[in-house]
Design a binder for this molecule. Sequence first.
Ligand SMILES: [Zn+2]
Length: 283
Amino acid sequence: MSRLLHALSFDVEEYFHVANLRGRFARDDWDDVPSRIDVGMDAILEVLDRRDVRATFFFLGWMAERFPALVKRCVDGGHEIASHGYEHLFLSDQSPELLDADLARTEEALMAAGAPRPIGFRASTFTLTRETWWAFDVLVRRGYRYDSSVHPVRHPVYGVPDFEPGISRVETADGSIVEFPVATWPLFGRNLPMGGGGYFRLLPGPVTRAALGSLERRGRRAAVYLHPWEFDPEQPRQPAPLLKRFRHYVGLRQTLPRLDRMLRDFRFGTMRAALEDSGDLRG
Ligand SMILES: [Zn+2]
């Protein structure tokens, strides 16, 4: 059993909110698509309970408004509630004013459901890049203490490949905020994404364990992120381009056993607990 406390997080959204399937489900139709959120959330909360682990749930405001009992269930389980924005808009499609309103609406929905005011944020689809750096100013002004939206990798749509892959502080005119990017693994001179998504499901378990072990030996904490729909192998299949289909559907049956083994072999807690443990967040 390792000693370093890593961070486990879930972005609470439906399978039809995912950017990969965006062309398939128009925003105005979301309310007409049957929800499958309970399938994934039941599996996640069961394994966390069994392993006695707390995690951070980045809720979409849209979800919190429609499923306040789910927010409350996470609060009652001792988990941290954080913000994933209101309706999964890319930061690149927003402005500082729009983001501010989007965050306010999400905070309202989370608190109405019984959560404390969130101190953490994760943007839709890692869209915090050099072009949307202004988002840090908005987050600091609204009182957020940490962000987990930068992905220090090379990717056609998102990523800041030269960003510090560990925990760091970002300065703004109104104060600073902690950035805790999802885990990457330095290999062959590049940062490979390994902290979640298709990579988590695709890479053999021993590879993920080796990557976590290697980060741990460097004294680096990993932020791992998953989604409820990744625990729902029976979700209705959608027509989409081959690569997008592959990314969305590969290894869905592996997510739960993989997570279970990871929680057995490594210490995980909320984003907040990991940052307090490292001394990056106080009180
Ligand atoms: Zn998301």
